[in-house]
Design a protein around this ligand. Structure first.
Ligand SMILES: Cc1ncc(COP(=O)(O)O)c(C=O)c1O
Length: 434
């Protein structure tokens, strides 16, 4: 039901997005205004099916006309507006790099921090702008004060860059890892909470949770796990590489102490842009990974001593936020789930197809993973590309041996239907004999 609150939210999103075009492209702004006015009154699940609006969104991208890209989970393309802003910033900086980059463009850093904080639902004083999730989470993992014998809970489905960081602390300093064994998909919050709870001992200091598992798209009930972990005196780190700007939530909803994400995934910001959140009162306890003049200060900026990096890319994050707001977080999540459901619900009806992803809305959104009986993931990947020019990625992790499919906001129903048709055809083919 459309409430006054969500009407105002939709209208606010529309206004934020429109300013993106009004000055430079008035014709485009007028066209967009018509779409936004039409969908403003719709529930997100209905707006998710407004093909005229999503067709408009698609036109804002410059994606390949010959390849159907279903590996947006790896890294996402940027809409043209974001690419243009990035290139504009880049050319501007090249006029006199040290002046335009450090004295001019960098004036945008604090407004950008505020904008990211508003999107993330936290204070700007809790947001560090960096290059990716790996950098953010490694800063936290290596920055925490832990000593030999302290325990950390992770899972067998966490991302290797973080698992390796924890293993390094294990080898070097003698901390102990307790690895929760998940058997995905899981469709019960209490099962997750119980599994993490069982791994916590009186020596556990930290619980590390991946919000959306990259291998299968499984969504974890982070809030419930975090609340349980806090009751037991643990701190909570969340890997939000795949949840931020994909699911409609605020970091404060998760109840975590630390969170990091890559903005080149779901936000569609330039490649090599990321964000880290540290709860204000925790900042002083985390040692920065890269040197800072006052490593024990409680200023979040101590994590931004990255040396020279791409300011042009960083500053175009603001343009990506505008584009995201134009779509609206709730509408985006609904559309992504709609696209995933369209192919996966069909695939689920084929007896030879196995899904490694729950189709319940609370446990998955855009990402899903499937296998076909008798076929290796690599052979499905090759066949999809050879015959239909569909690009996916293969997953071989734990008991998951399948193909991961990740649409994005520019994905059309035609793309999804092509994939569905391809899956049907492959299930009728003989797998390659190797
Ligand atoms: C769950 C998860 N965490 C972290 C990362 C690392 O992201 P990045 O390479 O942008 O640091 C990924 C990348 O796919 C991921 O899926």
């Amino acid at each position: 039901m459309l409430t006054r609150k969500n009407f105002i939210q939709h209208t606010a999103f529309a206004t934020a997005g429109l300013s993106l075009f009004e000055l430079t492209q008035p014709a485009k702004a007028a066209e967009l205004k018509i779409h936004l006015e039409r969908i403003a009154g719709l529930e997100a699940n209905n707006a998710a099916k407004d093909e005229e609006f999503w067709g408009w969104v698609r036109e804002q991208y410059t994606t390949s006309p010959t390849i159907t890209n279903f590996n947006n989970g790896g890294v996402s393309p940027q809409p043209k507006q974001v690419q243009d802003a990035h290139i504009r910033n880049y050319q501007y900086c090249n006029e006199a790099p040290s002046y335009f980059m450090w004295r001019q463009l960098d004036l945008g850093r604090e407004p950008l921090r505020a904008k990211l904080a508003e999107l993330a639902g936290c204070s700007p004083e809790e947001v560090a702008i960096n290059r990716n999730t790996t950098e953010g989470l490694n800063s936290i993992i290596f920055g925490l004060n832990l000593k030999a014998g302290d325990e950390v809970v992770i899972s067998n489905f966490d991302y290797p860059n973080m698992v390796n960081a924890w293993h390094q602390r294990e080898k070097r300093e003698g901390i102990k890892l307790n690895i929760v064994k998940l058997d995905l998909p899981i469709e019960n919050d209490e099962v997750f909470v119980e599994k993490f709870e069982k791994a916590i001992t009186s020596k556990t200091k930290v619980v590390h949770i991946t919000h959306v598992i990259n291998w299968t798209g499984q969504i974890l009930p982070v809030r419930k796990i975090a609340d349980m972990a806090h009751k037991k005196g643990c701190e909570v780190i969340v890997d939000g590489a795949h949840s931020f700007a994909h699911l409609n939530f605020k970091i404060s909803d998760l109840g975590c102490d630390y969170f990091a994400t890559s903005l080149h995934k779901w936000l569609c910001a330039p490649f090599g842009t990321g964000m880290m959140f540290v709860k204000k009162e925790k900042i002083k306890n985390i040692w920065p990974l890269l040197s800072a003049p006052e490593p024990e200060s409680d200023d979040i900026r101590k994590f931004e001593g990255l040396g020279t990096r791409s300011f042009p890319a960083e500053m175009a994050i603001a343009n990506a936020i505008d584009f995201h707001l134009l779509i609206g977080s709730e509408r985006k999540e609904a559309r992504l789930r709609y696209l995933k459901n369209r192919w996966s619900e069909m695939a689920k009806t084929i007896s030879k197809v196995q899904l490694f992803t729950s189709l319940k809305p609370e446990y998955s959104c855009a990402i899903a993973n499937f296998a076909i009986e008798g076929w290796k993931p690599e052979d499905i990947d090759a066949k999809l590309f050879e015959k239909w020019k569909i690009h996916v990625t293969t997953i071989n992790h734990e008991n998951v041996h399948g193909v991961r499919v990740t649409p994005h906001v520019y994905t059309s129903l035609k793309d999804v239907d092509l994939l569905a048709k391809a899956i049907i055809e492959i299930t009728g083919m003989e797998p390659p004999k190797k």
